[in-house]
Write a protein that binds this ligand. Structure first.
Ligand SMILES: [Zn+2]
Length: 444
């Protein structure tokens, strides 16, 4: 049988499949057909030479917000996916029971995959915050029924727990979220931040396999009074609660993560929490967030595992997503590994230097290369610094210059439709016929 695509000679890093080294990867029918040294070229329709490149499974971002145009935080994923290698965008709570149907329609035409963490609050993340201040929004039976109706989409339950979001209700929205998750056999992802409720009370409700996002948040660490490594966090980690980075615009601090690493609290997954307030910095994208973990001493293998197979396992995503196992969807990311040092900044403008970073060269979903997509302009309610505005204007100018210049000169063109000889009628009847249609419109 013929392969559709053969990627040859890359350094393959596939922690989920236990592979690290030089391999060829064959793709057939949108799935991984084979991974091996020196696969036969004659079997492939299209061969791509990736010598000198790093090839990983398409990245899985465990925390994003992709409900653009319907929520405060949402962005379109496709204009970012093609240059970042992220093929699975887990949407973390944009939609609740009231909006899941419209959300389903919104993501239908995306090129990337979007597993959903259903918000315990039926109103989801339409507004900036406060979705669980009215407990009527956190209806357990409604959420269970919504999961049952959307099993193909929903991979977990999202609960945001901080002072602004829950108001005076403390951990009650989380208790309800865990009840829904238990009834449906799903994990919960809890967002932490300002108190009350106390972090210890939040963590006490979690079960092994549940996820704490913004785990290295300085806001959460300071609010609790327990510092970056509270006894409650140690206990939760020891019990099998998964720590997720969830960078976002306020959820990540280098010094907090460093203290946690020193105490043996290694994050399970690295996610960007990419949304409309951190896309222009400080998160930018998932590879940049991954570089921040390299900057604090994690290895490339660990960081790639934390952005591929581990988030896929946390949500029990089907079919080998996040790995290059034969039979898995052919979601692939090609990177250049650049040697630094590269200066990076967290949510509080603390700086660190990454020894290396990954720069994306190509991204495939189901064996198809994602084409370039122009970024969308920022929404009017998103606060931007003068420097961010200037940078966006500069980028727009660069894109305009790129697209207004003719693609090729005369030497790059062919005469596709040679001009015709002057018409000589063969018979008098032909001379009065309607002229034939323009060949360009027939064939072009
Ligand atoms: Zn988020």
């Amino acid at each position: 049988m013929t392969d559709d695509l053969l990627l040859t000679g890359a350094r393959v890093l596939d922690p989920g499949g236990g592979r690290s080294g030089r391999y060829d990867v064959a793709v057939r029918g949108g799935r991984i057909a084979a991974v091996g040294a020196d696969l036969p070229h004659r079997d492939a329709r299209h061969v791509v030479d990736l010598r000198g490149k790093l090839l990983t499974p398409g990245l899985v971002d465990l925390h994003t917000h992709v409900y653009a145009g319907a929520t405060y935080w949402g962005i379109h994923p496709d204009p970012v996916a093609w240059y970042s290698g992220v093929t699975t965008w887990v949407d973390a709570g944009s939609a609740g029971a009231y909006s899941i149907e419209a959300f389903r329609r919104a993501i239908r035409d995306f090129r990337v995959r979007v597993p959903v963490l259903l918000n315990i609050s039926a109103v989801g993340l339409t507004g900036r915050t406060g979705e669980s201040r009215d407990l009527e929004n956190c209806d357990v039976d409604l959420a269970v029924a919504t999961v049952a109706d959307n099993r193909d989409l929903v991979a977990g339950i999202k609960v945001r727990v901080d002072r602004e979001t829950v108001g005076r209700h403390g951990t009650e929205p989380l208790r309800r979220g865990v009840e829904v998750a238990a009834a449906c056999g799903l994990p919960v992802m809890v967002h932490i931040g300002t108190t009350p409720p106390r972090l210890a009370d939040v963590l006490a409700l979690l079960r092994p396999g549940d996820i704490v996002t913004h785990c290295a948040s300085a806001i959460a660490a300071a609010a609790d009074g327990g510092g970056p490594v509270s006894p409650a966090l140690r206990e939760a980690h020891a019990a099998g609660v998964l720590l997720d980075i969830g960078h976002g615009s306020g959820g990540f601090a280098f010094d907090v993560l460093e203290a946690q690493l020193a105490a043996g609290l290694t994050p399970y997954s690295v996610s960007s929490d990419l949304h409309a307030r951190c896309l222009y910095g400080p998160a930018f994208d998932l590879p940049t967030t991954m570089a921040k973990l390299l900057a604090v001493g994690l290895t490339l293998d660990e960081v790639v595992a934390a952005a591929t197979v581990r988030p896929a396992r946390a949500l029990r995503l089907p079919d080998g997503i996040g790995t290059l196992t034969p039979g898995a969807p052919a979601d692939l990311a090609v990177f250049t590994v650049e040697d630094g040092p590269f200066e990076l900044v967290d949510a509080h403008r603390q700086r660190r230097y990454a020894p290396r970073r990954l720069v994306n060269d190509a991204t495939y979903v189901a064996g198809r290369l994602l084409p370039p997509r122009l970024p969308e302009p920022p929404r009017p309610w998103i606060p931007l610094t003068a420097a961010q505005r200037q940078a966006l204007q500069r980028r727009a100018g660069t894109v305009r210059a790129l697209l207004t210049a003719p693609l090729v000169g005369p030497e790059g063109l062919a005469e596709q439709f040679p001009r015709q000889q002057a018409a000589v009628p063969l018979d008098p009847a032909a001379a009065v016929r309607e002229p034939v249609a323009d060949p360009v419109s027939e064939e072009g």
